[in-house]
Design a protein around this ligand. Structure first.
Ligand SMILES: Nc1c(NC[C@H](O)[C@H](O)[C@H](O)CO)[nH]c(=O)[nH]c1=O
Ligand SMILES: CC(=O)[C@@H](O)COP(=O)(O)O
Length: 142
């Protein structure tokens, strides 16, 4: 049993509820413990994970959020920088699955958030599990 922290940017509640259901469904089905914390937006997710790692309470993380394009360049910043921050943390050896949707409209988001459709929340949980498995394999080989 491993301990996972879902860090969600609750910008669109109904979409996050589906993404979290998908992520929790995967993790809890394999008997893992799951906590959830909430930050204002996707840009705060990497920092929240970095802060959580200092507590050394969790084995893996799932980032959950939805970024929907608006009228300005801000979409590129929020989408790109949240992904870059998460990638930097994974390159530091932290097992994180990225379940932040970056989409053009709500219709695209619903299809990807819905666990019975594209289930991107569940996919992100599976990615975190895969990285944790790799950590365990390499640690065992030492
Ligand atoms: N427009 C969206 C945001 N914007 C907020 C930023 O993520 C951040 O919280 C703010 O710039 C303060 O630092 N966040 C999302 O998660 N989704 C969006 O569509
Ligand atoms: C992704 C965003 O930051 C977006 O929701 C903000 O909308 P706008 O670009 O119209 O200010």
């Amino acid at each position: 049993m491993s301990r996972f922290l879902i860090v969600e940017a609750r910008f669109y509640s109904h979409l996050n509820d589906m993404l979290i259901a998908g992520a929790k469904g995967v993790l809890e089905a394999e008997g893992h413990d799951v906590d959830v914390i909430t930050v204002p937006g996707a840009l705060e997710i990497p920092a929240a994970i970095a802060l959580a790692t200092e507590a050394e309470r969790y084995d893996g993380y799932v980032a959950i959020g939805v970024v929907i394009r608006g009228e300005t360049y801000h979409f590129e910043i929020v989408a790109g920088e949240s992904a870059r921050g998460i990638m930097a943390l994974t390159m530091d050896g932290i097992a994180i699955g990225n379940g932040i949707l970056t989409v053009e409209n709500e219709e695209q988001a619903i299809v990807r958030a819905d666990p019975s459709q594209k289930d991107k929340g569940g996919e992100a949980a599976k990615a975190a599990l895969a990285l944790l498995d790799l950590q365990d394999k390499f640690a065992a080989a030492e």
